[in-house]
Design a binder for this molecule. Structure first.
Ligand code: PHE
Ligand code: FE
Length: 285
């Protein structure tokens, strides 16, 4: 067990020091292995915004990124910083960080035995998956607004609906480009198996993003997605969420209509209907 595995925080905002010097050689090697594998897979699968962000932050410079080195660059680009946390933090703490343009990233890294799957978000998922997207100005603003919206959703008691929006965009979103569908969601881009599955497998549905539809859809956290929602641009996502007052929407959502993760509705714009031939496999990390 490394010095950096699962320390706990005694601060109100749940942050800890990253203690970059305490990572072992082997932990740096795990990052390098994961990095090389994902970059190879993502070259033709991830959206430009993700690939540009990886390059801008030089996340492949070798070894686990040192937050003190990437933060000045990220700050200069979009005003965001990355802060270290032990792992998942309570919802309100998470929203408060995002609303202040701080992304809380797990400081620990998975072991070699967990290369393909970790249940809790580690530094590879958080920093490789999420942080590159924060270099995109529109997406960076979306993430901040999401944090503010989270604090508001708590008051309306509609956190479940807002969590579905995060799930189907920030974690598992696809985007349509002239070259075809591309990945921008961190849950996909940080997973070797799901980055292939999300774009190439015949089983999942790929459905046009529509705000209320997404916010009514349940999701499963223990398998590949049965449905991916596809945006046309980050501007579209921004307008549908940041430029929309959710109060009337939350009123409507209170009627309790919920769709299962694999549902296809008559009102959907279906980009690719899934075969639903389901081989259950673990996704994630
Ligand atoms: N506009 C939303 C509201 O009125 C807030 C929000 C913005 C939520 C962006 C999600 C993403 O509550
Ligand atoms: Fe995540």
């Amino acid at each position: 067990m490394s010095a950096n595995a699962h320390r706990i925080s005694d601060r109100a905002d749940f942050t800890i020091e990253q203690n970059w010097r305490d990572y072992s050689d082997d932990e740096h090697v795990v990052w390098d292995l994961l990095y090389r594998r994902q970059v190879g897979l993502l070259a033709d699968r991830a959206d430009r915004a993700m690939l540009d962000g990886l390059k801008a932050l030089d996340l492949g410079r070798g070894g686990i990124p040192d937050f003190d080195k990437i933060n000045p660059e990220l700050m200069k680009l979009t005003g965001w910083t990355v802060v270290a946390v032990p792992s998942l933090v309570p919802d309100e703490v998470f929203f408060e960080h995002l609303a202040n343009r701080r992304f809380p990233a797990g400081a620990f890294i998975r072991t070699r035995a967990q290369l393909d799957y970790v249940q809790e978000p580690d530094i590879f998922h958080d920093v490789f998956g999420h942080v590159p997207m924060l270099t995109n100005p529109v997406f960076a603003n979306y993430m901040q607004a999401y944090g503010e919206g989270g604090l508001r959703a708590v008051k309306f008691g509609r956190l479940k609906n807002l969590a579905a929006l995060y799930w189907y965009t920030v974690e598992f979103g696809l985007i349509e480009t002239p070259q075809g569908l591309r990945i921008y969601g961190a849950g996909i881009s940080s997973s070797a198996d799901e980055s292939k599955f999300a774009l190439e497998d015949a089983s999942p549905n790929r459905i046009r993003f529509e705000l209320e539809r997404v916010m009514r859809t349940d999701y499963r956290i223990d398998d590949f997605q049965e449905t991916y929602f596809v945006i046309r641009s980050y501007d579209e996502l921004f307008r549908a969420t940041v430029d929309t007052d959710f109060a009337p929407l939350y009123e409507r959502l209170a009627d309790g209509v919920r769709h299962s993760p694999g549902a296809v509705l008559p009102s959907d714009t279906v980009i690719q209907q899934g075969s639903q031939a389901w081989a259950r496999r673990k996704s994630g990390g």
